[in-house]
Design a binder for this molecule. Structure first.
Ligand code: KE4
Length: 428
């Protein structure tokens, strides 16, 4: 039995499912998760010391490459001065200034320790600012695991959501409406009926939790116009897209100014740091200024802030996103070409350093429903065959993939050579 199997058996004795976050357990693809011992650049090594070219990148944070020497050095140095003080530090001003400069819609920002905390706080803030209870999210979008957001679509339009998780009281989910992503008509109809009672709409501005699904310009423009007209807070959940799809995030590509933005992943460079922020008049409602309470022992942690600041410094270097996007394009176009050569139905799409693979699809997905019609079983076979070849994709057909600045042209070519071999076998 290999070391991963041994560790997985030991882990499951003490940790539910053997993991500290469900997707890591390989539930939707089966098999044994790899226990990672170390990572460097574009690669990770498991406890058998087997190397994998990594397209998970810690689900987004590792955009400059794992264990980047400048990030590691900065964290080592700041650790010498203490790990956490429970008091304000100058570094928190520096990262707030960087976020404000790079994402100008974020006039004021509050740091937290996870994306879940960021979105949960943003929802509470929108409710406190508007005095309204109802919120809207979209089917297939994931915003972390706070109760109001673990809600699946009701039986039809304008029927409030049902809990998508055990332990969430029906009372909580009845304030959450779940609409179809890219369904402009449903958005218009909902706002026509109850727009003045909606506290906020929260959206993944490029969806990455049902695989990569892009919004249409028409949908986004309607969303911004309707929320503005009805005094509804528009929350761009950029936990995944922030500094991932472009330096200014999805909002800079869309030309949309949301009222609040949530961030995470990249801004911590792999350490526990996330944020919510936006219009100063809305943020003024947050404690200690206003009556919307929010707090955190480790919020703005000096080591996480240092890792984030160094990461944000590196991504601002000339050509960073052009290079990252070129590598993502090389991977996606290469995968599609190899699949076509072997007669395997596979489409790919990408934005910046984030990509999607859609097995069995004949058109790019526009919604969660579209994603349900892709061939998850074929993805599962591709996933494991590539893992055996030393390439690690996200262990689910319903997750986006990620590259880093360390994914060189040669490493992407090596990935495509392995995909050629795997897809030939799958087609056989
Ligand atoms: P965290 O609480 O996991 O830091 O962030 C929640 C979150 C919020 N918003 C968006 C758009 C997100 O993608 C996430 C978390 N993303 C998942 C990846 N699908 C994290 C991986 C995991 O759950 O282990």
């Amino acid at each position: 039995m290999n070391r991963n199997q041994e560790l997985f058996e030991q882990a499951r004795q003490l940790i539910p499912g053997g993991v500290n976050s469900p997707v890591r357990a390989f539930g939707s693809v089966g098999g044994v998760p790899r226990f990672i011992r170390r990572a460097k650049g574009a690669c990770v090594w498991d406890e058998n010391d087997d190397r994998y070219i990594d397209y998970v990148c810690s689900w987004g944070p590792a955009i400059v490459g794992h264990a980047h020497p400048e990030v590691v050095k900065a964290v080592q140095e700041v650790a010498e001065s203490g790990l956490s003080f429970g008091a304000p530090t100058a570094g928190e001003i520096d990262i707030a200034a960087a976020i404000n400069r790079l994402v100008p819609s974020v006039e004021q920002v509050r740091l937290v320790s996870s994306g879940t905390e960021a979105t949960m706080s943003a929802i509470r803030l929108a409710r406190g600012f508007t005095g309204r209870d109802t919120i809207i999210k979209f089917e297939g979008c994931y915003h972390g695991h706070s109760d109001s957001l673990l809600v699946k679509a009701g039986s039809g339009l304008l029927t409030f959501g049902n809990p998508s998780s055990g332990g969430v009281p029906a009372d909580f989910s009845r304030h959450t409406l779940v609409l179809r992503y890219n369904d402009t008509a449903a958005l218009q109809e909902t706002f026509a009926r109850i727009g003045d009672s909606i506290a906020c709409v929260i959206i993944e501005p490029f969806a990455g939790n049902m695989n990569l699904v892009k919004p249409s310009a028409e949908f986004l423009q309607a969303l911004r116009a309707l929320t503005a007209r009805h005094g509804t807070v528009l929350i761009y959940d950029e936990v995944m897209t922030g500094f991932r799809v472009a330096l200014g995030g999805a909002q800079s590509l869309h030309g949309i100014t949301p009222d609040l933005t949530t961030m995470g992943k990249v801004i911590g460079g792999g350490m526990p740091l996330a944020a919510f922020g936006g219009r100063a008049d809305i943020m003024a409602k947050i404690s200690p200024l206003g009556d919307v309470y929010q707090a955190g022992t480790l919020s703005g942690n000096p080591l996480a802030v240092t890792a984030g600041l160094k990461t944000l410094e590196i991504v601002q270097r000339d050509g960073f996103y052009e290079q990252l996007t070129a590598r993502t394009r090389q991977l996606c176009e290469g995968l599609q070409a190899v699949a076509t050569r072997h007669g395997v139905l596979l489409l790919t799409d990408y934005v910046g350093g984030m990509f999607g693979m859609y097995f069995g699809a004949d058109k790019l997905p526009q919604s969660y429903d579209d994603m349900q019609h892709t061939d998850a079983a074929l993805f599962k076979r591709f996933f494991h065959a590539m893992l055996d070849e030393g390439v690690a994709f996200a262990p689910s057909a319903f997750e986006a993939g990620f590259l880093s600045a360390a994914h060189s042209e040669d490493l992407v070519n090596a990935t495509l050579d392995k995909a050629d071999k795997v897809l030939a076998a799958l087609a056989g």
